[in-house]
Design a protein around this ligand. Structure first.
Ligand code: SF4
Length: 307
């Protein structure tokens, strides 16, 4: 299979005029906001805000080459990371809470976003990595189009919480090369308690199925750098609070045993987590090893494990 053609798919959408049509549809969703499963119904084009607290204008916290992502994403030249301010999930243990909860960032135009993308490409980053993009998807697409007009041609990574609407994801088909969602919880209780989203697991399962339909298993080039596909992240929580067995079983049984999964051990009780006794510590080595064993038992052997 010619991965070069695959990764340039968005150029075809641009040339056919389809990308512009998608942007129009995406902006329409902002008027009665249903960009994400919260479906707040506010008119963000008139400055109203919903659960994510973001309005019409794009807000970016930072952009830079990032070498701390999974090896296929960071490669040797870094991932061109753009951190969007605010979040549609707002977990109580968020390690980036100044950005996601407090909205630390600067208002920028879509043209400025396109310049950021092009400057990251100029630095020879392997990809453009949009962190927490969901609530700004239309504005991102608009900036992206302007960057494509000026010859952006590296893969686009959609680095999201997994709490996504399938309708919104369909507008990204052929635009996003690499989906990198979290799959945070495998139980209703955890979604409700830690992210005010009791339907998190049900919604994220549908979203990940749609992402997989669009891009398939993760494919790497000869140097091991991701070109296209799905990479799922799961943060192990203390005391089994993430419902990890259900998460892994879903990926193995309903997505693919070749799913590239990043099992993360870096949890610490950030932001409001100290108020939840069961989350008020790091995970133990034993807890992490149990999760690795579970993944192996389920036949999930592709991915990234931390030492
Ligand atoms: S993107 Fe924000 S305003 Fe829109 S539905 Fe989601 S949380 Fe609500």
């Amino acid at each position: 299979m010619d991965t070069t053609l695959d990764t340039l798919n968005y150029r075809n959408l641009y040339q056919s005029g389809e990308l512009r049509k998608r942007i129009k549809k995406a902006y329409k969703l902002l008027e009665n906001c249903s960009l994400c499963p919260r479906r707040c119904g506010v008119n963000r084009r008139r400055g109203e805000t919903g659960f994510c607290r973001s309005g019409e204008k794009l807000e970016v916290s930072s952009f830079h080459s990032h070498f701390g992502e999974e090896p296929p994403i960071s490669g040797c030249r870094g991932s061109g990371t753009i951190f969007l301010a605010h979040c549609n999930l707002r977990c109580i243990f968020c390690q980036n809470y100044p950005i996601s909860h407090l909205g630390n960032g600067n208002k920028i135009s879509t043209q400025q976003l396109s310049q950021m993308m092009l400057s990251l490409q100029k630095k020879r980053c392997h990809n453009i990595n949009l962190v927490t993009p969901t609530h700004f998807m239309p504005q991102i697409l608009s900036g992206f189009l302007q960057a494509v007009e000026r010859d952006l041609d590296i893969p686009l990574v959609y680095n999201c919480s997994g709490y996504e609407s399938v309708e919104t994801l369909k507008l990204l088909e052929g635009v996003v090369d690499i989906y990198m969602p979290d799959l945070k919880y495998g139980t209703r209780e955890a979604g409700e308690k830690y992210s005010s989203a009791p339907d998190y697991f049900e919604i994220a399962k549908k979203a990940i199925k749609e992402m997989y339909r669009q891009v398939g298993d993760l494919r790497l080039d000869k140097k091991g750098v991701a070109q296209r596909g799905l990479l799922v992240r799961h943060l192990v929580l203390p005391n089994g609070q993430a419902g990890t067995r259900k998460v892994l079983a879903f990926l193995a049984e309903e997505i693919s045993s070749h799913t590239y999964i990043s099992i993360m051990s870096q949890y610490f009780p950030a932001y409001e987590a100290q108020e939840f006794k069961e989350l008020n510590r790091r995970i133990t080595r034993q807890e992490y090893q149990q999760v690795l064993d579970m993944a192996e038992q389920l036949g999930l052997e592709t991915g990234w494990r931390q030492n």
